[in-house]
Design a protein around this ligand. Structure first.
Ligand code: SF4
Length: 292
């Protein structure tokens, strides 16, 4: 079968994930194991690759049990309580919090200190329970309100100061719509409202380019772990611009996807390693293009 296949030049790990993986690899080149608090990246195959080098993923309960070990904090960041626990347990932290997330944590903490004393609320547009969001909430003593959609802002008291922030991987247009709704409600109540566009520029910049990439191919193979927040956003974006978008999370390609002469685009989330996209490219060439 004749297919033209292209890998999206903008796909692959974002800077924050590249940095975390490099630090883990560097440590493991001299030690036999390293604990990572939570999955270093939402990608099963990359986790398996690093596990073979000695990376062990632990949860908060396990972290509370260990002593005098080294633990990697991933790009998503952690709440202050994690650092206190590490200090109590003699744990050395390899801190891979992405600089973009670190800035956001500091901004949220400072804004919280400023508006909380006047009864104000920090609102975070993000996925409830997501590690980055949990870390951000921790910087407000657990008092921030997390919203996933516009209807959820109905319970917020807009007569008091409200400051809105976004998880770094959310969609820019959706955040703009949420901001507009919050501003409208605040004005209605005569409250004070401030909004900070804290979406990662690396993610936001990819949206337009990926939409164009999805639209110019007949079929899109989107490679990502299902639990990746950014993966969900970018997959939906691709589907919007190309209904023949398929989510590939285990390397398996459904039968009968392609017709002779079509073009296929391969892309992925910020948590999808480049090598996985290249493997899929080779798989298509060897098993579909050269065989049929
Ligand atoms: S998506 Fe942006 S903010 Fe999040 S880890 Fe990657 S570079 Fe950092």
């Amino acid at each position: 079968m004749n297919l033209s296949i292209e890998i999206d030049p903008g796909s692959g790990f974002c800077n924050g994930v590249v940095r975390a993986v490099r630090k883990a690899e560097s440590y493991l080149s001299e030690h036999d194991h390293l604990y990572s608090l939570g999955a270093i990246v939402h990608n099963t195959q990359e986790i398996a690759r690093l596990a073979a080098e000695g990376l062990q993923i632990i949860d908060n309960e396990r972290m509370a049990e260990i002593r005098d070990e080294v633990v990697l904090v991933r790009a998503h960041g952690e709440p202050p309580s994690t650092y206190s626990l590490a200090e109590r347990n003699g744990i050395t932290i390899i801190d891979c919090t992405c600089p973009v997330v670190l800035q956001l944590q500091k901004k949220i903490a400072a804004t919280y200190r400023r508006i909380h004393r006047n009864g104000g609320t920090i609102v975070i547009y993000g996925k409830k329970g997501h590690a980055e969001v949990n870390g951000l909430v921790g910087h407000t003593d657990g008092n921030a309100v997390v919203v996933e959609n516009i209807p959820e802002v109905a319970d917020i008291d807009f007569s008091k100061p409200v400051a809105l922030f976004s998880q770094t991987t959310k969609d820019t247009e959706e955040y703009a719509a949420l901001t507009a709704e919050c501003r409208r409600r605040s004005e209605e109540c005569g409250g004070q409202f401030e909004s900070y566009d804290t979406i990662c520029k690396q993610v936001a910049g990819r949206h337009a380019a990926l939409a164009g990439f999805a639209a110019r191919h007949d079929v899109i193979l989107f490679v990502s772990g299902r639990e990746s927040s950014n993966g969900n956003v970018l997959y939906n974006l691709c589907r919007k611009h190309n209904p023949r978008t398929w989510w590939i999370d285990d390397g398996r390609i459904p039968e009968g996807l392609f017709h002779d002469g079509e073009s296929v685009g391969i892309c992925g989330a910020t948590s999808t390693p480049r090598w996985q996209l290249e493997e899929l490219y080779l798989h298509l060439r060897e098993n579909i293009v050269n065989k049929q």
